[in-house]
Design a protein around this ligand. Structure first.
Ligand SMILES: C[S@@+](CC[C@H](N)C(=O)[O-])C[C@H]1O[C@@H](n2cnc3c(N)ncnc32)[C@H](O)[C@@H]1O
Length: 400
């Protein structure tokens, strides 16, 4: 706990804990932000941003950090003190066109970077939530060791198995739910467990299984920390269990909100949906005579092509609100627009905490492994433009 990762965790934990008022409340749902009084200078400077500055700060994490560094230097220094190194690629990879079958471009780059970071070990590998086995194929070719893939989607297993059979590769599929006890072939101590972008509960399960099998090594890139069945984050390490942070799902979601790779069309649609939600919020406050945000469930994409009135009618049905005749929809859309203008500016402050929160979560995983006798590194295995989820935890069990 006194090593580099332990002290990085302690500093992050203290800084995130001391400044919870700045990132826990969401401007979208909370109109009285606790920091608007304590940090009035930040609020004023954010609200004063013009549209061009706003877009630049939203799109560029480095520029955003510089903007806040000018106004809150000490906070930024503490939040960004831990910056994992880039992963040293271990050696050039051998690839064939067979390995890249069925893989979209960016995923292929992620797979190459992840596989290239794995040192050669004379041990079978276990690929968690392997999908069609993209990673398994390239790992098997380069490690020249058997690979066991676990995946619960039968159609992905079928495609992966067919691809592996086609070339007589030493890849073994297990159609399996990883939240259940593992197949016997995947519980040997003399194995390396790998997981590329395994979501919340799944990567926690991976780490717990690695520890309980005493597996020789592990390489994991975690993802989607908010995808868990528990309402609140359940820390793995002793260090994080002692923390005063209590991360609920919206807080966990914040850790992955930097969607660097989302397409422009996707981003515009998402912004339009938020605007409509605020427009509906103005309408429901008036109809219900209550100045409180009302959470509306997520909606299908088709609805977002049907116009604001259709969206309001759907949302009203979902919340059992009766809409009167002759609603002036344009008026409420305009009210939503006024709030939207401020909210997108105020949200920049929360975005400052995105990466530090993600690092806190990754360090929890890393420290859990250290506490159980692994030598652990945390590095960045690819550029953030290739995947914003670019953190890689690698652990090797110390020889007993
Ligand atoms: C984000 S993808 C990662 C896939 C692959 N590792 C990659 O990077 O391309 C998550 C995969 O986990 C699988 N999955 C989700 N829950 C699972 C579970 N409980 N057991 C096994 N596989 C699961 C999904 O079907 C999906 O293929």
């Amino acid at each position: 706990m006194h090593g580099g990762l332990g002290s990085a965790f302690q500093l992050l934990d203290k800084t995130l804990g001391d400044n919870q008022d700045l990132w826990l409340s969401q401007p979208f749902t909370c109109s009285d932000l606790p920091w608007s009084r304590t940090h009035g200078h930040l609020k004023d400077a954010l609200i004063a941003l013009n549209d061009k500055e706003l877009v630049q700060l939203h799109n560029c994490p480095q520029q955003r950090l510089r903007w806040f560094q000018q106004r809150e230097p000490e906070l930024c220094a503490a939040l960004y003190a831990f910056e994992p190194e880039s992963t040293e690629p271990v050696r050039p990879l051998e690839v064939s066109s067979f390995d890249s079958l069925h893989i979209p471009g960016r995923k292929w780059q992620q797979v190459l970077a992840f596989a290239g970071a794995l040192p050669h070990r004379e041990l079978p590998h276990v690929d968690w939530c392997a999908g069609k086995g993209h990673l398994s194929r390239i790992v098997q070719r380069n490690q020249r060791q058997p690979v066991h893939c676990m995946e619960w989607d039968a159609s992905l297993v079928a495609v992966g198995e067919a691809l592996a059979k086609q070339q007589g590769r030493d890849i073994h599929y297990h159609h399996h739910n990883v939240l259940q006890p593992l197949p016997a072939a995947c519980t040997d101590a003399a194995q390396v467990h790998i997981g590329l972008h395994a979501c919340g509960e799944l990567h926690q399960q991976l780490l717990q299984q690695v520890v309980s099998c005493g597996a020789a090594a592990v390489a994991l890139s975690p993802c989607c920390y908010h995808k868990t069945s528990a309402d609140q984050y359940l820390p793995l390490s002793g260090a994080a269990r002692k923390s005063r942070l209590r991360l609920n799902r919206p807080a966990l979601h914040l850790a992955v909100q930097e969607a660097v790779t989302a397409r422009r069309g996707e981003r515009l649609l998402r912004e339009q949906e938020r605007l409509w939600r605020l427009g509906f919020d103005a309408l429901q406050r008036e109809l219900r005579g209550s100045d409180e945000y009302l959470s509306v469930p997520s909606c299908k994409r088709e609805l977002l092509r049907q116009g604001f009135p259709a969206f309001c009618q759907w949302a009203a049905r979902a919340k059992q609100i009766t809409l009167p005749e002759g609603i002036a929809y344009d008026h409420y859309l305009q009210l939503g627009g006024v709030r939207h203008r401020d909210i997108v500016r105020l949200e920049l402050l929360r975005q400052l905490f995105t990466r530090p929160l993600e690092l806190w979560l990754v360090l929890d995983c890393a420290l859990y492994l250290e506490e159980h006798g692994y030598r652990v590194t945390v590095t960045q295995f690819c550029e953030r433009g290739v995947s914003p989820r670019n953190l890689l935890i690698q652990g090797d069990r110390d020889q007993q």
